[in-house]
Design a protein around this ligand. Sequence first.
Ligand SMILES: Nc1nc2c(ncn2[C@@H]2O[C@H](COP(=O)(O)OP(=O)(O)O)[C@@H](O)[C@H]2O)c(=O)[nH]1
Ligand SMILES: [Mg+2]
Length: 380
Amino acid sequence: MKLRRFLAPDARSALEQIRRELGPDAVVVTSRKAPGGVEFMAGRYDELEGGRQETAAQETSVSERQTEDGGLVWRELARLRALLANQLAGFAWSAEKRRHPVRVHVLQKMLAAGFSPRLARHLAAGLPRRYSAEQADAWMRQVLIRNLRTATAEDMPGMRPGVWALVGPTGHGKTTTLAKLAARAALRHGPEKVALVSVDAYRIGAQAQLEAYARMMGVDFLGLDDAGRLGEALAGLKAKTCVMVDSAGFAPGDERFSMQMAALGQAGATCLLTLAASAQGSLAERFMQGTPSFAGAIITKLDEGGLCGAVLDCLMRYRLELSCLSTGQRVPEDMHAANAGYVIDRALRARDSGSFVMREEDWAAYAGLEAEQDALKRSA
Ligand SMILES: Nc1nc2c(ncn2[C@@H]2O[C@H](COP(=O)(O)OP(=O)(O)O)[C@@H](O)[C@H]2O)c(=O)[nH]1
Ligand SMILES: [Mg+2]
């Protein structure tokens, strides 16, 4: 590894000089006071890694104790590199804010609405130059709307013949939404042509709740104790135009969820992931990464406020179609066709409150922590 010496009047200008000359991958190995300011010894990280490989090649000839010490040194260097990345990111954030205030405005607005840093950075980087903040807002809105795939009112679950199943985590509104969709299906096809089926044998009272809805609508109800029996049950429901299936709620990694999905798929059901608007991005993403067989997604509880950017972000990145929207508990009223403009405006207007609002000084710290974590991950 080649080390270079940097002398500057203070630490800040030394770090800026290092970044300018060695790039963002620089590692500071030592720093000390020197006549005329501070002296830093720094090198490039890739050269450091070269050094690490050399060490690995020589590993057979060194004692165990030396290897341990070597590990400590590399870990310490990785930590230093992460700290440096943090400081530089803080400077870079302030510089970016001075140089491209509108780009930073876009980034902040998207992050504040709950969109992922990945999508926010991507959009901010693509912002046309010389846009005012107002132009940037309109551009961002349009890009988001264009990238959200939505079903038409005619494509809402239950409008066309078929077997429709709502799946997802517990408590996000599957049963309530299914009842609303079944009510619409009964209006469209006639109540005698619609059946409500529940395969949720986990939650006490889940089937009774759906059965009560079925009675009110005058549609047939069938309760199964296992999704695996849906196929044979459907054989007895051939006369129905629409069969609406309620399922048990599970966490994304739960193998019972995968088994239920497999059984629903085998029975030919069209499965729609049902998520509350304020679901965390990590929850939505884990469902989408784990199960590629969703035909679309339904967003519920839009009336509850909260940030819906994260769910929309996942729909966009995983190219999953938004099927319809639920905006309240009333059956069947609070149900709407998917509308990209409406949900994107809602997402962009939503704000955290109290201690969760990012203040101006938090942003630089946020940028620094992100950079620090990235650096640590890369060194691991
Ligand atoms: N505010 C609001 N509450 C809803 C909405 N959809 C469902 N709920 C309520 O959320 C709770 C859980 O709903 P449920 O349908 O049982 O969820 P499931 O466990 O996924 O079947 C119930 O109290 C519902 O009334 C909605 O769009 N808005
Ligand atoms: Mg339920």
